[in-house]
Design a protein around this ligand. Structure first.
Ligand code: PBG
Length: 330
């Protein structure tokens, strides 16, 4: 028997709801949530995504309605991903540079109607390329680093000019954060932030997202020559160190739950704002568990989101954002 027992009983502070709340070490609020949204071409369009039950693509008018909903729920930021019409996808992904592309039209419409919510935009070419890769591929199918980084700079400036608040490069090319920061500075976009997908792993959890942006059927091969190997943690620290040195304001770890150890390490080694992306496959896994009667949605959602906060995250990108915000406000 412990020498301290029975004077020390850790169950004492857990004995009532008020006391559990009083002793909570971590808080989760709607302000911690970033809501990823998929944009469809057209007007009055809602397209459900079968592999992401409960999530739809919305045309720009619907996206604006979601942005208002998010603002009213206390969500601080939304993340945008376009489903580019098939005819505009090319080998060089040039639609990413079009100032009137779906992404830019959505950014402008949101900034017009809901100026008080943050708009985060993904930088990578996969929603725009005919081969589904995040960059330009050479004859052997290898994603070329420097040529891709150059286009990503143009894509970032295009999004910033449309009004994006946070540029979020998800491509994993070397050196792109420095190049994008330099271009934003010389373009006068001093207060446009960069949230770098610094530790992004080549993951089996991205499938439903690729359905949502229409790249799953197009993708040739895999993304292992640019996204990280799930075996590696030291390498994630090097990625984070480089992106911070190049000018990232915050960093992201992705996917989320399978990489909580990486989140904790990044937070303790760098003391910078860290975000987690609870990705599409994680969302689908929770929904599948609920559908199978293996768990209760509200509790599963809040517990996983709390885990990210406890590990050190400033916030979380999650497809459950609106649902979670409703639960947290109730
Ligand atoms: C693309 C990108 C991906 C995600 C965000 N940006 C997919 C990929 O790298 O293939 C995944 C997000 C999710 O699964 O929810 N650059």
């Amino acid at each position: 028997m412990s020498a301290q027992y029975p004077a020390l009983r850790l169950r004492r502070t857990r004995a009532s709801a008020w006391s559990r709340r009083l002793h909570a070490e971590t808080i989760l609020t709607p302000a911690d949530l970033i809501w990823p949204l998929f944009i469809a071409e057209g007007q009055g369009v809602e397209e459900p995504i079968p592999s992401l039950p409960g999530v739809s693509r919305w045309s720009v008018d619907g996206i604006v309605a979601r942005a208002k909903e998010a603002r009213d729920l206390g969500i601080t930021c939304i993340a945008l991903f376009p489903n580019t019409p098939a005819g505009l996808r090319t080998d060089d992904g040039r639609e990413a540079l079009n100032p009137d592309n779906l992404m830019c039209r959505a950014i402008r419409a949101i900034k017009d109607a809901v100026p008080d919510i943050g708009v985060l935009t993904d930088v990578a070419l996969d929603p725009y390329t005919a081969h589904g890769h995040d960059g330009l591929v050479d004859a052997a199918g290898y994603v070329m680093n420097d040529a891709t980084a150059e286009i990503l700079v143009g894509q970032s400036l295009n999004q910033a000019a449309a009004g994006a608040d946070i540029i979020a490069p998800s491509d994993m090319m070397d050196g792109r954060i420095g190049l994008i920061r330099e271009a934003l500075e010389s373009g006068g976009h001093h207060n446009v932030q960069i949230m770098s997908y610094a530790a992004k792993y080549a993951s089996a959890f991205y499938g439903p997202f690729r359905d949502a942006v229409g790249s799953r059927g197009l993708l040739k091969g895999d993304k292992k020559t640019y996204q990280m190997d799930s075996a590696n943690a030291e390498e994630a620290m090097r990625e984070v160190a480089l992106d911070l040195a190049e000018g990232a304001d915050s960093v992201m770890v992705k996917p989320g739950l399978p990489y909580l150890d990486i989140i904790l390490r990044v937070k303790s080694e760098f003391q910078v704002p860290v975000f987690a992306y609870q990705v599409s496959g994680e969302y689908a896994m929770i929904e599948a568990a609920v559908a199978a009667g293996a768990g209760e949605r509200d509790a599963l959602v809040l517990e996983t989101l709390m885990a990210f906060k406890r590990a050190g995250c400033s916030g979380v990108l999650t497809y459950h954002a609106a649902h979670a915000a409703r639960l947290l406000r109730a």
